[in-house]
Design a protein. Structure first.
Length: 266
């Protein structure tokens, strides 16, 4: 069966400031099936954000390919929507105006923008807040608005970089459930980066584990637990324990090597 997204032998390095380079990604390859939610976990600074930016066409790899539905895409493509780690709504634009921004850039007519933004605002549950500005809505509502902005331009692949990292625990749990509900309605294929193991086990169909830099895939877990899941179930806790053991080893390597090597922001 044709994969929705294929990542092939991605390599990326950055100058390290000492007339050398620091390799970040080392021949990363994987496939994502249509409608799958794949989470990527790994030590801090191992290259997860770099990986997402390359998939989304925001960053050029040194080597390797991104293939969407069997077709190779180049840097600058618009086949993938991106939900950033930091809140990225324009503060001078309302919820609706933020959602419609990508459609405006594409030259979509006002009537069509309105129709499409109405549909996606309803899906994400932001009806009644269309004319509110970002400072007038909660952090959770801002995240749903950002998701709507990514989805309204019709990408059926999303990448999300620590989408809930700056939220309180209660809001984060709620948004995890909302994220899954919205995915169920839209059928989106999602690559989700997280540092939160509980979150990844609760949400994911599959989890990839990256090593300390240079990042390689060192483990893969298919989460064979029916959804909706119970966070505290024995099945979830068993996956959590296995994944934490791997992360602990890789994080120790990262901390040890950081004392010897210059770091790069990824």
């Amino acid at each position: 069966m044709l994969s929705k997204l294929s990542v092939r032998n991605l390599v990326k390095a950055y100058p390290n400031g000492n007339s050398g380079i620091t390799q970040v990604l080392d021949s990363i390859s994987f496939d994502v099936s249509e409608g799958e939610l794949l989470s990527v976990l790994g030590p801090s600074g191992c290259g997860k954000t770099t990986l997402l930016k390359i998939i989304a066409g925001l960053l050029e790899p040194d080597d390797g390919q991104i293939i969407v539905e069997g077709q190779q895409v180049e840097t600058g493509h618009n086949r993938v929507g991106y939900i950033f780690q930091q809140e990225s709504l324009f503060p001078w634009r309302t919820v609706r105006q933020n959602v419609e921004f990508g459609l405006e850039v594409k030259g979509v007519s006002p009537e069509e923008r309105r129709r499409r933004s109405d549909d996606i605002i309803k899906i994400v549950g932001m009806e009644g807040f269309e004319n509110h500005f970002p400072h007038e809505i909660s952090g959770g509502q801002a995240r749903k608005t950002e998701m709507a902005r990514s989805l309204v331009v019709s990408p059926d692949i999303l990448v999300a970089d620590e989408a809930f990292s700056n939220l309180d625990a209660q809001t984060r749990n709620y948004l995890q459930e909302e994220f899954l509900r919205i995915q169920g309605l839209t059928g989106s294929t999602i690559v989700f980066v997280s540092h939160n193991v509980d979150e990844a086990v609760f949400m994911s169909d599959r989890i990839l584990m990256l090593s300390n830099r240079p990042a390689r895939i060192i483990a893969e877990y298919k989460i064979d637990i029916p959804k909706p899941r119970v966070r505290t179930s024995q099945e979830c806790l068993a996956y959590r324990s296995k994944i934490l053991d791997i992360l602990r080893v890789e994080q120790q390597k990262a901390m040890s090597e950081s004392k010897l090597k210059p770091t790069v922001s990824t």
